[in-house]
Design a protein around this ligand. Sequence first.
Ligand SMILES: *Cc1c(COP(=O)(O)O)cnc(C)c1O
Length: 398
Amino acid sequence: MSERFTGSFTQQEPIPEEAIEAAVRVMRSGRLHRYNTLPDEVGEVALLEKEFAELTGARYALATGSGGIAITTALRAVGVRPGEPVLTNAFTLAPVPGAIAAVGGRPVYVEVTEDLVIDLDDLQAKIGAARVLLLSHMRGHLCDMDRLMAICDAAGVKVVEDCAHTMGAAWNGQASGRQGLVGCYSTQTYKHMNSGEGGFLITDDAEVAARAIILSGSYMLYGRHLAAPGPEVFERVKYETPNISGRMDNLRAAVLRPQLRTLGAQCAAWNARYGVVEEGLRGTPGLKIVERPEAETYVGSSIQFLLPGWAEEAVREVLSRCAARGVELKWFGAAEPLGFTSRYDSWRYAEHAPMPQTDRVLSGLMDMRLPLTFSLKDCAQLARIIRAEVGAVYQARG
Ligand SMILES: *Cc1c(COP(=O)(O)O)cnc(C)c1O
């Protein structure tokens, strides 16, 4: 009898008791709106922003209603206009081109490499096409950020980072999201902190921060923020910046603040799991591990591997054989969008050039979530099952 995995790939850990108590306190107060504070009271959202700015080393931080709102707000705050082209990764999640569409922009896709990062040669070739790059660290993979910033700085291109999968990650010891002009994060249930929905943006740029805060729906109450620029900066932008409601509330912030304090330990727990799966898969014939650069401190909340050059039927056979043994792999090569997975050619509201390299990489790209409810033993079992099934299909097909 072959072993079968019985864990759930969508089961996150419970919310910590301390966070539940904090949430109950906010509910008992009735003051859930972030600006609904007593005289001298500092709200949970303002405190969370201050703590997130401290954690990442940013001067300014803003909490938002979702990661997608953080990205949309960032694009507006850096001045993307309707009709304007915005460079972005061809391999990313639907809310990324969706954020560009939300501000009326046009995505210009850049190819992905076998290391699952933006292709910097392709970026260099296309850099003249736009004033802004929305860089997605998809599935937590960081490209050579030094070279990326050199390319963008030389061309005067502003970088907005989508750090939905890199909260807690770093490049050369500097928090992910701090290399570009703005870093955006998500606290949606499947990311690294869980408030159901939510997000952040961080920046060192005072005007971008002030515009983002007004865009997020601060009205003229921005003085209640603790991680915001001074009133003189708001004076410069407050008449010309629309309010596009996208705030976080005190309830979610209360749930997040205790999680912020344990983020480092959570990231270490993810990496322990990632390491077990990676070691278990290493050396599987026909399977390519995605190697991580030395400068990258990653958060292994999901793992990817490649079946390079495999025929579609063979990939499908691996998927169904693994599924039959309880192992849920996602395939980014599928022609039709499914669940959370879609690809650039499914986003038909936007035009795209042929992306042959991305097509080739995605055709063999497998993805597996690693929720912290999985034990290290679970992870070893997952790797054994994948190894066996990939091996069986590979052998049978020669
Ligand atoms: C989840 C995610 C987002 C959007 O975050 P939401 O909070 O769900 O809006 C953006 N980019 C990537 C890569 C994501 O995984």
